[in-house]
Design a protein around this ligand. Structure first.
Ligand code: ASP
Length: 328
């Protein structure tokens, strides 16, 4: 059987799997005071164990012999994600990945910074087992929450023989953790990966795979060990932009700067002058796309390096990790 055929095979026919679900909060665990309120909710209210218990498909998996453990790592709105939770999460992911009996992990997360956590976990851990991020666009109290289906799909993908790397499972699609990005504030199908497209579709518990699983070299958990992380900020190039923000950040001791650039990585001349000054003083500076799909195409006379297809927030993490790795 080819790997594609293996992936097309019904998951329910595979041997029972052992999955660990780590909860961090988000809308998936959010509640509102009324079932028809999809936006006025508080994220991170319901324990991950309770969320799992409410998904019939997962109860069925358990009755088929699957082991689905859970651990509450954090309970936050992911807009408030920070270094301490990231470090704790990466440590717990690593811990469970090292357990031989565990086949795969699911991480429940808010949608707002899911692309940042996905990027960080893949670059730091590059796991050979699957680590599946999932989230929801409607709170658990909604009349039609999307979380239960996303959770069921995420557990399915985490249990898939041959799956590996950090991926995200949302609204029936599987994305690479380093490529996925939130592109819509409300739609259930709120994620995209620019030109790269999804890794797979998940339909009725079956994976229709389009691309290979993510691979890479792990920087290692030790890069996150420092108590104080380097300061890396994002500035935006726009009509009327100038270099004042860069100058202020330089005075404050910034160590890395990402410029969210217009067009094909272009930067307002006044902002560019300030960025070049920062670069010459040893600050790591990189250009990333301000929005949309695609990849910055090098012109051959670029003065500031580009981040390719990375979003500005992912480029920020790349710079952060490189600075941390350099310290070690
Ligand atoms: N603000 C929420 C969060 O990121 C949004 C969500 O999960 O959809 O936690």
């Amino acid at each position: 059987m080819t790997s594609l055929e293996t992936n097309l095979a019904s998951i329910s026919r595979s041997a029972p799997r052992h999955i660990v679900v780590l909860g961090t909060g988000g809308t998936l665990a959010g509640t509102a005071s009324s079932a028809d309120d999809n936006v006025g909710y508080t994220a991170g209210q319901v324990a991950v164990s309770q969320l799992l218990a409410a998904v019939p498909a997962l109860q069925r998996r358990s009755s088929e012999g699957w082991v689905i453990e859970s651990e509450q790592v954090a309970q936050i709105d992911s807009k408030d994600m920070g270094h301490a939770v990231w470090r704790r999460l990466a440590e717990r992911v690593q811990h469970h990945l090292e357990r031989p009996e565990v086949d795969g992990l699911v991480v429940t997360h808010g949608t707002d910074t899911l692309e940042e956590t996905g990027y960080l976990l893949q670059r730091v851990l590059a796991p050979v087992k699957p680590v599946v991020l999932t989230a929801a666009m409607r709170p658990s109290s909604a009349a039609q929450p999307d979380g239960p289906q996303n959770l069921a799909d995420a557990v399915t993908v985490a249990g898939l023989p041959g799956a590996r790397g950090v991926v995200a499972v949302l609204a029936g699609k599987v994305w690479w953790g380093t490529e996925v990005r939130k592109v819509h504030p409300y739609r259930l199908d709120a994620f995209d990966a620019g030109d790269a497209g999804p890794l797979a579709h998940i339909e009725e518990g079956r994976l229709r795979q389009l691309r290979d699983w993510p691979t890479g070299t792990a920087l290692g958990l030790q890069v996150l060990a420092a108590d104080i992380w380097p300061e890396v900020q994002i500035v935006v190039s726009h009509a009327g932009a100038d270099g004042r923000m860069v100058d202020l950040l330089m005075e404050a001791g910034v160590q890395g700067l990402v410029v969210a650039a217009t067009g094909n990585g272009t930067v307002h001349q006044d902002l560019q002058a300030a960025l070049l000054r920062a670069q010459s003083e040893g600050v790591a500076v990189v250009r990333a796309l301000r929005g949309g799909a695609g990849c910055i195409v090098p012109t051959g006379h670029d003065l500031v390096p580009d981040a390719g297809a990375l979003s500005a927030v992912q480029a920020r993490i790349e710079i952060l990790l490189r600075l941390l790795a350099r310290r070690g």
